[in-house]
Design a protein around this ligand. Sequence first.
Ligand SMILES: O=C(O)CCC(=O)C(=O)O
Length: 357
Amino acid sequence: MYRSDDRSDSAERTAFRKAEKKYKIYYDQVKKKKMARPVDLSEVLDFKSILEKYKCNGERQGDVLLAKCGFDRPVFCLESRPGFYFIPGALTLEDQCRWIRESLTSFPQPPNRTNHNAIYGPIEDLFVSAKERKVLVLEETFSENVTSDNTVIQSDVCSSKWKFVEEMGEFNGKDESKSVPASVLLRKLRWSTLGLQFDWSKRSYNVSLPHKKIPDALCQLAKRLAAPAMPCGEEFQPEAAIVNYFGQGDMLGGHLDDMEKDWSKPIVSMSLGCKAIFLLGGKSREDPPIAMFLRSGDAVLMAGEARECFHGVPRIFTDQEHAEISHLEPHFAGEDDLSYLNYLKTSRININIRQVF
Ligand SMILES: O=C(O)CCC(=O)C(=O)O
């Protein structure tokens, strides 16, 4: 699994790891307050300003080239990383809001799996339960034994199931090791999988696991975004997606996405919510990675040789640190939407969509 990044001594010394350490968030205690340590961002590629400069003077900027692909907005690529494409502001505001909502409500719903499955089994309605301050508790039923004097005693647990209950009432008095607030589970939601389900323990797609198709509107969006990186005349077929959820201080360690059969087809990766730093390395962890900002609405495509490149997300910026989510805030300002807004202020969501076969 990518989050348990390889931390052997040799991995610690690679150029990729050095960059991760450079951009990762560290905190200092300043006058009893926890403050994010300032980091030098001068080498981070900023496609938003590259796009603005391009619109003004159409000039090429260093390693960055404009892809000639007939897409309806500028698509950039990197001369040193063939197969990598960056589409700044690819998603409309409406799309960003829609997929943020879906990522928190429908995408983690069973039969889609999440990182919580391994411990709690399938969990229904996590986001709504967090909003309603519910608590997940382990409900156990016991087998009953009758003693010789006809006393009924409860003995072994014969079945157990996690279920949400109201915070007050039923939860009171429960054993705390067998209960967890929905809000904590929402904060600890790291991934959900759509379409064909990925089996993280085997690092492969398990077609026998029950699954629903990726929603049609998301497929259409992915097909449109994938077009600049598709082999001529072919259409992208979205079959699986991983939704990554990042909270404050979370990172996604350097990894390769190598579980799909055909690397000529791109991975379509969309960013939502707080700004992040993305590291695009080379084929070896020793290759110094290129750092770039990812903002809400940006899309990245990785196809061909870029599929063989290590990549990861060492840092997200929250609303206290120029997360650049102010354009989203008015759209989640209604009373019913405050839970989305509270979540968004310290979170980033990434949806990456894959053609598996
Ligand atoms: O969060 C991102 O932008 C990258 C996600 C990613 O690399 C992955 O899920 O493989």
